[in-house]
Every structure is written in C-alpha cells, then in structure tokens.
Design a binder for this molecule. Sequence first.
Ligand SMILES: [Zn+2]
Length: 221
Amino acid sequence: MIRRLILAGIIGLICVNGNTQTALKDTIVDCNYDFEFYQAWFKNYYSDSSDLNATQKKQVVQLIDSSIQLVNVVYYGYDKKIHKGQLLINKWHSKSIKAIFDELLAIRFPIHSVKPICFFEFKDEVSMAANNTSVFDYRPQVNSTKLSKHATGSAIDINPIQNPYISSKTTTPAMARVNEPTGRIRVSDDPGKKAIAIFAKYGWTWGGNWKTLKDYMHFQK
Ligand SMILES: [Zn+2]
C-alpha cells in the first residue's frame, strides 16, 4: 500500500498538472500484448530454430508452458516520461521484479526500453544494440556453451549500451558508451547505486560485483 502511494505520488509529480489520470493516459506504451501472443511466438521460433537440438527444443517449450509469465512494468524513460513495458520472466521472480520496477520508478532511475527478445529477432546483440532491457532469452552464456540464467527467465539485462559486459576477451555490446551517465549502473553513480541496492533488497545479485569479469547490465536471482 505504501509503495502504491509513493508510486502514485511520483506519477503525480512527473505529470505536468499533477493529475495522475493524465499521467497514466500519457504513458508511452512499448508493447502491450497478452501472454498467449508471446507464448505462441516464442514456441514457434524455438521449435524451428536450427541452433537448438531436440532436447533443448523440448526443454524450452516446457519452460514456456510451465514457468514463464508475462509481467507488465511501468518505468521512467530516458525521455523523462512514464513508459509501460513488458517482461517475460520465471514465475518465481515475477513478484520481486514488479516490486523492483516500482522502486526504480520511485527514484526515477532511467530505463531506455523494456520489450521481450522476440521484437529483436530473438538475438541478444540486436536487443543490446537497441539498448533494450529484457529477461527471458533461451541462450548460452557469453563465450560458453552453458545455458545462461536468462534461459530460465532468472536474469535481467538493463540498459546494455551504458552497462556493457566486460571480460579480458570481450566487451559487448561493441557500441557501448560507458561515459554516458543516463541509465548507468555503477556503485559510484547516483541513481545507479540506488538501483543496485533495490535489486539487492529483493535478493538479486549484480554482475558488476563479479571478480573475474564485469557484467554491469546483469542482475540475477
Ligand atoms: Zn544478463
């Protein structure tokens, strides 16, 4: 209830005339589909994918049918406007991600866009190049054959252009712009450090804290 009140307060503050209804009406919608729409699109894509073997195809279809949920989120955009986006996420994490996004909105942490990977040809590099934030993506880890936490809908990548993955071998996305402060997640930045604390409060760990490599965009549970 308190969170809802804070949220309503922020929406009211952001709105020009202080009227929450106007702010909601003016919300910019990234995408607005129901789960069945995504379920059919993802199953169709993965079932036909030449990158997956028969076992993986079976596994991903089972995951989509039993564990993945659609979560609608409201966030503060790079354009300083309120946006509505959609995430496909493991059902075990849908409640905490919703609470996290409410708190990110309350501190006006800027996010560029929030759309499922299907809008980017199911390719992580295409989604990253668009500076998109997403969760579920049945794919291996960078430079590995092991499945990523994204493959079970248990990791989120936020604003990849300002928050790249950096190892001794790779920086991705290649067009990363680490000097841009908007939407950047670092312990030295505000509101980035508050965003890290919000994720930590709900039990999500941050790739920026890893020792051997840094994955600044990445939080997982
Ligand atoms: Zn990630």
